[in-house]
Design a protein around this ligand. Structure first.
Ligand code: RB5
Length: 146
């Protein structure tokens, strides 16, 4: 299952991505928002991040205007490795090397077709493990020092 959420700045793109994933037969859980009315992104990002951190969702997708604020919030939740991507190379590499579990995008940065490509790569690329596992473990260790 894929958990997804946005604020008003990412609402239109979130709706597109929800339809895109449903048409592909993927199960999604939509945490809102549900209109273009202004909302705060932090509570929505936290809900999605907690679904992923608790393994109730396999991956997450978060969208605000830039992808930045929503990514900052997600990365505050233990176990989350969220990455803002607007290019395909980053979307692939953050899976292969960082084992990223949440993809963040900017609704004012990427168009629908680019977002669909980013989501496809993010969801289909496997983590490489090996020396990258050690580095991901170091991220977790720093998190546990807090
Ligand atoms: C909302 O205006 C905007 O600040 C938000 O969508 C996001 O881009 C914040 O990082």
């Amino acid at each position: 299952m894929i958990a997804i959420g946005s604020d008003h700045g990412g609402f239109a793109l979130k709706e597109f991505i929800c339809n895109y994933l449903e048409q592909k037969g993927l199960e999604i859980k939509d945490f809102g928002c549900f209109s273009e009315e202004s909302v705060d992104y932090a509570p929505i990002a936290a809900q999605v991040a907690k679904m992923v951190a608790s393994k109730q969702a396999e991956r997450g997708i978060l969208i605000c205007s830039t992808g930045l604020g929503i990514c900052m919030v997600a990365n505050k939740v233990k176990g989350i490795r969220a990455a803002v991507c607007s290019d395909l190379y980053s979307a692939e590499m953050t899976r292969r090397h960082n084992d990223a579990n949440i993809l963040c995008m900017g609704g004012k940065i990427v168009n629908e077709s680019k977002a669909a490509e980013l989501v496809d790569i993010f969801l289909s690329t496997e983590f490489e493990g090996g020396r990258h596992q050690r580095r991901v473990d170091q991220i977790a260790q720093i998190e546990n020092e807090e």
